[in-house]
Design a binder for this molecule. Structure first.
Ligand SMILES: NC(=O)c1ccc[n+]([C@@H]2O[C@H](COP(=O)([O-])OP(=O)(O)OC[C@H]3O[C@@H](n4cnc5c(N)ncnc54)[C@H](OP(=O)(O)O)[C@@H]3O)[C@@H](O)[C@H]2O)c1
Length: 372
C-alpha cells in the first residue's frame, strides 16, 4: 500500500435515512487499517447527489451513506493500483451500497472507476461527472451498440446513426448528448423542458433538433414523426432519461421498427401493450461497472454475456474520459453548491426529491472550502 503520510484512522460520515422529509445523521466511522487491492482512499473535497441517493433508500427502507459521486485528493492506494498515487486530484464513482461512500471526509473508490481531473477543473465540477457519465457511456456503447469513441473507425461507423434523447435536460440526457457528439453519433433529436439553454449548446449541427416536452407527449410524438419524415431520419436508437408518467410508451412509439430504447428506472416493468413489438426496451444499471451483473428483480435485462464486460469497459471509459477532460473536450454538469458541507446533504436530497433540480446537480463542499 502506498500512502502520502500517516493514514487517517477515522472519518466523519453522513448516514441518510428514508424518512419524509429525508433526514441525515453524521457520525465518526473507523477507516480500515489496510486498503484492499484496487482500492483508492480519497480525501473528499466535493460530493454530488443523484436521485437514487434518496430513492433507493425509500424503496428499501434502509439507511446508509448513499453518496457515490465525489472528487478529491488521493491519500493512499491498495495493492496493484498503478494509475493513481498519493496527492493526485481525482473524481470517482464509489460502488453503490458499499461502505465509505462520498458523503464523508474520506471515501474509498476503486481504481477502474476513478479518473484524474485537470488542475484547472474545480472539485465541485468534477464531482458531477463520474456516475452519470458512466451511465450514459454504458448505455450508448454497451447497450445501444454504438462504437465507443476510442474504437477504430468509430467516427465513421457512428455517423448517420441518429439518436433520440428524451429528457435531454437531465444530467443523464445531457451527458449522453456530449458523449454522442464525441463519438460522431448523429443527428441528435433532443427533447427537454425549461432547463434547455445548456444542452442546446451541444446541438451544434443543423441536422440536430430540439423539441420541448411541455407540449404534451402525444403532440410531441406527432412532432417527432413529422420531423423524421421531413428529414428522412431512421430513428432506431433512443433514451428515455426520466421514465415518468409512462413516457417510455410514447417515446418507444417515436422510434422506427427494429429500434432499441434505453430506460433507467428499475421501479417500472416496461411491459405495456402500447409499446411496439419491434422496439426492444433495455434497462441500464450503472452498478454493473462494479458488480458485472444485474440484480434478479431488475427489469428488461440484457444478456449475461453483454454485462460481464462492463467493469473492463468502465476502466477504458474513464481512461478515455480523463484524456477528454485534459483536452477540454468534456466538462461537468451545471451545479449549485448547497452550503453547510456534510450538513447540507439532507437539503440537497429533499430538493431533488421535490423535483427542484432544474437542470443542475447539487454539490457539497466537504474539504477545506466547506469549513471556510
Ligand atoms: N439505472 C441507472 O443506473 C441510473 C443511473 C443514473 C441515473 N438514473 C436515473 O436517471 C434519471 C435521470 O437522472 P439525472 O440525475 O440525470 O436527473 P436530474 O438531472 O436530476 O433530472 C432533473 C431534470 O429532469 C427533467 N425532467 C423532470 N421531469 C421531466 C419529464 N416529465 N420529462 C422530461 N424531463 C423531465 C427536468 O428538466 P426541465 O427543467 O428541462 O423540465 C430537470 O431539470 C433518474 O430517474 C435517475 O434515477 C439511473
Amino acid at each position: 500500500m502506498a500512502s502520502s503520510n500517516e493514514l487517517p484512522v477515522q472519518t466523519l460520515s453522513v448516514t441518510v435515512h428514508p424518512t419524509s422529509p429525508i433526514t441525515t445523521t453524521i457520525s465518526t466511522v473507523p477507516l480500515p487499517e489496510c486498503l484492499a487491492p484496487g482500492d483508492v482512499l480519497i480525501k473528499v473535497e466535493a460530493a454530488a447527489s443523484n436521485p437514487k441517493d434518496w430513492l433507493h433508500l425509500v424503496a428499501t427502507g434502509t439507511s446508509l451513506n448513499s453518496g457515490d459521486d465525489l472528487a478529491g485528493i488521493v491519500v493512499a492506494v491498495g495493492e496493484g493500483v498503478t494509475r493513481f498515487k498519493p496527492d493526485d486530484r481525482v473524481a470517482a464513482f464509489h460502488p453503490m451500497g458499499k461502505p465509505y461512500g462520498a458523503y464523508a471526509e474520506y471515501a474509498i473508490a476503486l481504481e477502474h472507476t476513478a479518473l484524474h481531473i485537470p488542475d484547472s477543473m474545480s472539485f465541485e465540477e468534477a464531482s458531477t461527472i463520474p456516475l452519470v457519465s458512466l451511465t450514459a457511456g454504458l448505455t450508448l456503447f454497451r447497450r445501444q451498440g454504438y462504437l465507443a469513441p476510442w474504437q477504430p473507425g468509430a467516427q465513421e461507423k457512428n455517423q448517420r446513426k441518429s439518436l433520440l434523447v428524451y429528457a435531454a435536460t437531465t444530467s443523464l440526457g445531457t451527458y449522453a448528448i456530449k458523449l454522442a457528439k464525441l463519438a460522431g453519433i448523429g443527428p441528435i433529436v433532443a427533447i427537454g423542458g425549461g432547463s434547455s439553454d445548456y444542452v442546446k449548446g451541444f446541438l451544434e449541427t443543423p441536422q440536430d433538433a430540439f423539441l420541448d416536452y411541455r407540449t404534451g407527449l402525444e403532440t410531441l410524438r406527432e412532432n417527432v414523426k413529422r420531423l423524421t419524415e421531413e428529414r428522412h431520419l431512421h430513428l432506431r436508437n433512443g433514451l428515455d432519461a426520466v421514465n415518468e408518467h409512462e413516457s417510455w410508451v410514447q417515446v418507444s412509439q417515436m422510434l422506427h421498427g427494429g429500434g432499441r430504447l434505453s430506460v433507467f428506472s428499475g421501479a417500472r416493468k416496461y411491459d405495456e401493450q402500447a409499446i411496439p413489438k419491434d422496439v426492444d426496451i433495455v434497462y441500464t444499471f450503472v452498478g454493473t461497472a462494479h458488480e458485472a451483473k444485474y440484480r434478479p428483480s431488475m427489469p428488461k435485462q440484457p444478456s449475461v454475456e453483454d454485462v460481464q464486460g462492463d467493469p473492463a469497459f468502465a476502466g477504458e471509459f474513464f481512461v478515455w474520459l480523463e484524456d477528454m477532460l485534459r483536452q477540454g473536450k468534456y466538462s461537468g454538469h451545471p451545479f449549485e453548491v448547497i452550503s453547510g458541507g456534510l450538513n447540507g446533504v439532507s437539503e440537497g436530497l429533499n430538493r431533488l426529491r421535490n423535483g427542484q433540480a432544474g437542470g443542475r446537480k447539487f454539490v457539497y463542499q466537504i474539504g477545506s472550502k466547506g469549513r471556510e
